[in-house]
Structures are given as C-alpha cells and as structure tokens.
Design a protein around this ligand. Structure first.
Ligand code: FO1
Length: 331
C-alpha cells in the first residue's frame, strides 16, 4: 500500500479499458477505504430487452480479475452458445454477448426492473464478484452518448461496435445530461474534506469523461474541491492506446497530442501525467501553470498498472500539499 495519511481518499473517474487498467493498479495500492471509482454510464443501452452497462462491466470484470485482457471487454474463457442460438432465431448478433457475461446483464436488468437503482445493482454485483473497492455509476439517471457523424446521428454502441468507429465524428451529444443527478456517493465524496485527489483516468475525454464531469455541478465542485484534479493522458505519442479518441480529436479539429487533451480539460486540471515519449510537451504545459509528471504510461503488465498508479497517487498527493492553503479557502 502507498504510505500516506490513510484518511485521505482518492476518487478515480473512469471509462472502460484505459480507465479500468489504472483503476486496477490503484486497487492494488489503496485500500477500499482509500479509493472510489466513478464510472461512465453514457455508453449504456438497451439490447434484446437487457440493460447493458459496458464500462461498469469492464470495471467489475477487471477488478475481479475475470476480464478478457486481449479483447478488452467481457469475460475471459467465455463461450458463445447463447449468441449462436440467438443468430439461429434471427436476433441481432452485432453486439456479442458471451454466455457468462449474459448472466450479468440478466441479473442487472432483472434487479432494475424490480425497482433497484443502478447503484444498488452495481454494489450487489460487485459484492458477488468479491470486489471490495467501491465502484459507482456516475448517475442513477439516464444519460446517453450520441455521435453526430457524416452518416447521421448514431447511438454510441452503433458508432463504436456496429460501425467500428468508421463514420467521421462531427460532434457528441449527451442526451439527458441536464436533468441527470450525479450519484449520491459521488457527490458526498466531492464535498468530503478527506478527499485527497481526483484522478481522471486515461479514458476518452469526449465519450467517457465528459459525461461524468458534465453532470450538473460536478465540474464546479471539482474546481473548488480541496483536492487537486490530475488527469492521465489517453494520448501517447500522437495516438490513443485503444479506442477512437485520437480519430475523434482529429475529426473535431484538435491536434492529436497529450497537450491538446490538457487544453481540452483546461482549468479543471491541477496536474497532468504524460508518457515519456511526450516529454517535449512537459515544459510548455508547465509554463501554463500546470504541474506535469512524465513517466511511462503504457500499461501492458500488472506491474505497469501498479507502478503508474503509485506514481499518480504520489504526484497527486504532492500537489495536495501544494494546494492545501490555496484551495482550502474555496470550500
Ligand atoms: N465491444 C465490441 O467491440 N464488440 C462487442 O461485441 C462488444 C460486446 C460487449 C458486451 C458487453 C459489454 O459489457 C461490452 C461489450 N463491448 C463490445 C465493449 C463495449 O461496448 C465498449 O468497449 C465500450 O462501450 C467502450 O467503452
């Protein structure tokens, strides 16, 4: 465990694959009392009558060690008999549901239909999978990402899975964002004097992190929090490790660089973590007043995840000391 004042808590904001790798590293460095992961739910959708929460699934499977590391989603050692049977019945199979993964969607959908909130369902699923660290959906209300493309307005999964991110992105709409209430534990944590740092994972800024920070009041609470806000760049050497972040940035007219991600988050950030391949961006970013950590950020092994997590926590808490005086007056 990282040695730091144990009543300081880290709040990690996460999308799917990249965020879950850092969250796994954090879960190895921090106790369940020291870490909460808040997860994007704007990728959620209804499919075959089931409520699918892809990023929550990825977090749960990763933190329980059940995830398929090569695909990046779903469970390891999966079988596909139900999907084959669905194909025979003429049902859509573009979104692949593995046999054991299907149990998660059935349980979630059943519990939601019985009146449970997504938070309660997630807590129950996590407990069943033996996950001790709290994983919270960003909201219990409905927010859905739509991608405005050259081929029309597409729901996120239509864009991401069915069309393999091929259509050109013109913009992103977060339907329901104005009326959605941030999850209650998320709100309480942001107000907590024990909050040590807010860590934005190396996730897609537009479709994974924006839905979380654009929830009512969240960006303002992050800015005025006693805790520093530190993001890990999802862009390394001009490309995204996984997913369409780099393609979307280019299509939205942004330079595909780590520095561009920092500029996008703007005054929300106190610190930024970039890969050593992007070391040339460090000084220009520091000149803007941002604290910058340059370390290897490519997480290939479990040891990479642990090492980066430890470095991010140490860096964030060092800023915490720096900001104690400055930010304490803000709440
Ligand atoms: N991603 C795919 O590329 N193809 C799939 O068929 C697919 C199925 C799937 C089923 C359950 C689940 O929880 C996730 C699944 N994903 C699939 C991943 C997911 O749609 C995306 O990775 C996220 O939405 C992006 O964060």
């Amino acid at each position: 465990m990282v040695e730091f004042n144990s009543d300081r808590h880290i709040l990690a904001l996460s999308g799917g694959v990249g965020g879950s790798k850092l969250a796994l590293g954090l879960s190895h460095c921090l106790t369940p009392q020291q870490l909460t992961v808040v997860v994007n739910t704007a990728d959620d959708f209804e499919h075959l009558g089931l409520h699918i929460s892809p990023d929550l699934d990825t977090l749960m499977y990763t933190l329980s060690g059940l995830n398929d590391t090569s695909r990046g989603w779903g469970l390891a050692d999966e079988s596909w008999a139900a999907l084959d049977a669905l194909a025979r019945l003429g049902e859509p199979t573009w979104f692949q549901l593995g046999d054991r993964d299907l149990a998660t969607h059935l349980a979630r959908s059943h519990q939601l239909k019985s009146g449970s909130t997504l938070s309660a369902v997630t807590a129950k699923l996590c407990a069943s999978l033996g996950i001790a660290h709290p994983i919270l959906p960003m909201t219990d209300d409905t927010v859905r990402s739509f991608i405005d493309t050259a081929s029309g307005m597409l729901s996120f999964q239509e864009y991401f899975v069915a069309q393999r991110c091929a259509p050109e992105t013109r913009g992103i709409q977060l339907q329901g964002i104005e009326s959605a209430r941030p999850q209650i534990g998320f709100q309480q944590l942001l107000r907590s004097p024990d909050l040590g740092a807010i860590v934005i994972g190396p996730s897609n800024p537009f479709v994974s992190i924006d839905p979380i920070i654009k929830l009512a009041g969240i960006a303002q609470q992050m800015r005025t929090s006693v805790a520093p806000v530190v993001a890990v760049s999802p862009i390394i050497d001009g490309d995204a490790v996984k997913g369409p972040a780099a393609k979307m940035m280019a299509e939205l007219g942004m330079p595909v660089t780590a520095a561009s991600v920092a500029a996008y988050y703007g005054d929300l950030l106190d610190g930024f973590v970039i890969d050593q391949k992007d070391a040339a961006h460090a000084q220009p970013l520091r000149d803007t007043g941002l604290a910058v950590l340059v370390v290897p950020t490519m997480m290939q092994t479990l040891e990479d995840r642990r090492t980066l997590a430890r470095q991010v926590v140490d860096f964030s808490l060092s800023l915490s000391k720096r900001f104690d005086g400055a930010k304490a007056g803000a709440i």
